[in-house]
Design a protein around this ligand. Structure first.
Ligand code: PLP
Length: 390
């Protein structure tokens, strides 16, 4: 590389990544093939529009790349092209959710989603996000005692408030969600059901988490978390008389974006093919096994694990424990000094607040990619406990 300054920084970051235990639940370690596609000359191409309908010339190859990516997305999640439409041009998860609402929910309509402090994402209608400004947010919380979703309370809220869309999907909720119940709730108030499977898409692909597709109207996933691809997102919408496919594509371009990032789309296609392999099924199952063991061991060592455990790659740990432990930020800083990277996180009904929360979020995707197994998780829990109690 001729740019020595950037080359040095890239090397520094590679060294940092290698030297730490990565427990960031939304991160993973991509393959060399994904990196090759990302750094390929596809980045030079402008391709506004869709395959066969572009504004610029010279799209013979990128059209094939995009169509292959779409075909792989359908195949990976066992979907029929006559039932589901796929748009692979979304640049990341937040703009993807924004595009979806913009296409299907009238401005001023109601978005019902999980509150950030309960494990929802900003783009599920948080008042600070544009999704909570352009649309009316209707935020729900977890049951205070069980620390899981109270479906009856959700149904009552939905019937009373009549949201236009219900977002089912989470950034810090460790449990399997009952998509069938969400479908019933959406039907009880005439709302659309949008599943944001950004966190658990890789687990769905690997058969380690239920598929939302039999129940959802629309599904979004980022491709860079458990799916182990580049930073990008995919939107799936049901094909029927409601014409979500046409509405979405029109909103993506010309509504919101210009040229798609074809190098990213190629890298997504690579990751999707990798996720179809039998090794990925093993990987997804190991991710969950590792998370379950880590949660259980931390619990044995006296820590409060939200909801009492996990069914996924994700653990929400209350490090503050009403003053008996340490706040999430201090916990995160202490762990980082010891070479373990996590993020501070609110816990349901957090007594401390978003900027200085009570907990940390852990995830096992990256370390499982590195080949870590249950025995490593037992050791890791002991190491974390020592650091946090020191
Ligand atoms: C559930 C969920 N949706 C959307 C996003 C947004 O994705 P991005 O950071 O790619 O915009 C995230 C990111 O953490 C997420 O967890």
């Amino acid at each position: 590389m001729k740019d020595k300054q950037i080359e040095k920084l890239i090397k520094e970051e590679e060294k940092r990544q290698k030297s730490v235990v990565n427990l960031i639940a939304s991160e993973n370690i991509v393959s060399d093939d994904v990196l090759k596609a990302l750094g390929s000359k596809l980045t030079n191409k402008y391709a506004e529009g869709y395959p066969g309908k572009r504004y610029y010339g010279g799209n013979q190859v990128v059209d094939k790349v995009e169509l292959l990516c779409i075909a792989r997305a359908l195949k990976l999640f066992k979907l029929k092209p006559e039932d589901w439409h796929v748009n692979v041009q979304l640049l990341s998860g937040s703009p993807a959710n924004f595009a979806l609402y913009s296409a299907l929910v009238p401005v001023g309509g109601k978005i019902m989603g999980m509150k950030l402090t309960s494990g929802g994402h900003l783009t599920h209608g948080h008042p600070l996000s544009m999704t909570g400004k352009l649309w009316k947010p209707l935020q729900f919380e977890l049951d205070k005692n069980t620390e899981v979703i109270d479906y009856e309370a959700l149904k009552t809220l939905a019937i009373t408030e009549k949201p236009d869309i219900i977002v089912c999907g989470f950034t810090a909720y460790p449990r399997i969600v009952d998509f069938k119940k969400f479908r019933e709730i959406a039907d009880s108030c005439g709302a659309l059901l949008h599943v944001d499977m950004s966190h658990f898409a890789g687990l769905v692909a690997g058969g380690a988490y239920p598929s939302p597709f039999p129940y959802a109207d629309t599904v979004m996933t980022t491709t860079h978390k458990s799916l182990r691809g580049p930073r990008q997102a995919i939107l799936f919408v049901k094909k029927d008389a409601r014409e979500f496919d046409k509405k979405l594509d029109k909103m993506v371009i010309p509504g919101l974006f210009g040229g798609p990032h074809e190098n990213n789309i190629a890298a997504v296609a690579v990751a999707l093919a990798e996720a179809m392999k039998p090794e990925f099924k093993k990987y997804a199952k190991q991710v969950v096994k590792n998370a379950k063991v880590l949660a259980k061991e931390l619990q044995k060592l006296g820590w409060h694990i939200i909801s009492g455990g996990t069914d996924s790659h994700l653990i929400l740990m209350d490090t503050w424990m009403d003053g008996k432990g340490v706040p999430g930020k201090i916990a995160s800083d202490k762990l980082e000094k010891a070479g373990i990277i996590v993020n501070m996180n609110t816990i349901p009904g957090d007594p401390r607040g978003v900027m200085d929360p009570s907990g940390i979020r852990l995830g096992t995707c990256a370390e499982t990619t590195r080949g870590k197994k249950e025995a490593d998780m037992v050791k890791l829990a002991v190491r974390m406990d020592k650091v946090l109690r020191n």
